[in-house]
Design a protein around this ligand. Structure first.
Ligand code: NAD
Ligand code: WQD
Length: 342
């Protein structure tokens, strides 16, 4: 099997497209599989513009095992990164089976095929959501996971457990779960970025769409939390830094440097940032004023969560590098590019 080949499931999406760029730039040959359920081909065109390389692309649903079997039959790769999942927390509460089916079946199919075809390394997109409302901050990888508060969060916990169990049971399989904190920003080229469908759930796309005049006013959900300025604290990780964490995770497994067959790493900056600070940072980075108001708390939000990144720093040799102001500038540059704003 080619150690340089990586199957990127969900590679046309936000994090997948940035990771595809970093993999190509690191010399990997990427095979993207996506069903465009939450993306389109423009991200892959962006990847080609940035890297000069058009990744191999197969339009397929990872839940369709026979379609995925063809990918395993046809292409030479030893590693897989599994991004292919639905990610809207609120929707998962309303439509749990949609999430259990897509997020779990896609992963089970991929793992079954990896074992059947003797492919060795898999990175799973996990999330800080697995920690829930943690008792002690920052959270380390040993912080106990709290019971999931949404079907989405449950799929992340269950997928982690599936990967742990499969690597225990299968000597040939190595897995790394990366627990992303809050990914934001875009590639500095402004060729790829986050493009949510409909009204954004997440803070930064809501901010950029408000700045672009698509949304009238940002609602800051809660100004009365027990935090220094009353708004929630999160760990906002630049998407390019996050993408690079996938490359080091793949390198680690390909080069046989894993300490155990299943490893978990927090991928964040290690610094808490409040919603007010983020809004002010966006205004300063881009020299503009944002229309915002303080509104009621959003159901399900935790007051604060940020990462202890010591393990990723020491074991992966990875750390977040991009300054928050550069990340927030890239988010706006991307939005302007998409909306054709000068
Ligand atoms: P995204 O929706 O932009 O990307 C996911 C991609 O997977 C999309 O291109 C979508 O079309 C594709 N996809 C979904 N189901 C598929 C299927 N069954 N078969 C083939 N393709 C399928 O989301 P993202 O922000 O890039 O997130 C990527 C991964 O990271 C997801 O697993 C998500 O849960 C996880 N994650 C995201 C965040 C975040 O805030 N963005 C945080 C933590 C974890
Ligand atoms: C960030 C902060 C909001 C929108 C979610 C998922 C999590 C992970 C990352 C996938 C919070 C506030 C937001 C707005 C606001 N995804 N906010 N006004 O909720 O930390 O995490 O995305 O795994 O699982 O839950 O991210 O960007 O939605 O919110 O004030 O219009 O911004 O209250 O404090 P969150 P977010």
């Amino acid at each position: 099997m080619s150690r340089r080949g990586v199957l990127v499931a969900g590679g046309a999406g936000y994090i997948g497209s940035h990771t595809t760029v970093e993999l190509i730039e690191a010399g990997y040959e990427v095979i993207v599989v996506d069903n465009f359920s939450n993306s389109d081909a423009s991200s892959l065109e962006g990847v080609a513009k940035i890297t000069g390389v058009k990744p191999i692309f197969v339009e397929a649903d990872c839940c369709d095992k026979e379609a995925m079997r063809k990918v395993f039959e046809e292409y030479d790769f030893d590693s897989v990164i599994h991004f292919a999942a639905f990610k809207a927390v609120g929707e998962s509460v309303a439509e749990p089976l949609k999430y259990y089916r897509n997020n779990l079946l896609s992963f089970v199919n991929i793992l079954e095929l990896m074992v059947e075809y003797g492919r060795h390394n898999v990175v799973f997109s996990s999330s800080a959501t697995v920690y829930g409302d943690a008792d002690v901050l920052p959270v380390t990888e040993l912080t106990p996971r709290k019971p999931a508060t949404s079907p989405y969060g449950n799929t992340k916990q269950m997928s982690e457990d599936i990967l742990r169990d499969m690597t225990t049971a299968t000597e040939t399989l190595n897995g790394i779960a990366l627990r992303y904190f809050n990914p934001i920003g875009a590639h500095p080229s402004a060729q790829i970025g986050e493009l949510p469908r409909g009204v954004p759930n997440n803070l930064v796309p809501y901010i950029t769409q408000t700045a672009a005049g698509i949304r009238e006013c940002l609602s800051i959900f809660g100004g009365d939390y027990p935090t220094p300025d009353g708004s929630c604290l999160r760990d906002y990780i630049d998407v390019v830094d996050l993408a690079k964490a996938h490359v080091v995770a793949i390198n680690r497994m390909v080069e046989g440097r894993s300490k155990s067959r299943y490893e978990v790493f927090n991928i964040g900056t290690g610094s808490p940032v409040s919603v007010f600070e983020l809004v002010r940072g966006f205004e300063q980075a881009n020299n503009l004023k944002l229309n915002y108001k303080v509104a009621a708390r959003r159901a399900g939000d935790v007051t604060a969560v940020w990462a202890d990144t010591t393990l990723a720093n020491e074991e992966l040799g990875w750390r977040a590098e991009r300054e928050l102001c550069d990340t927030l500038r890239s988010a706006w540059e991307w939005e302007k590019n998409v909306r054709r704003i000068k």
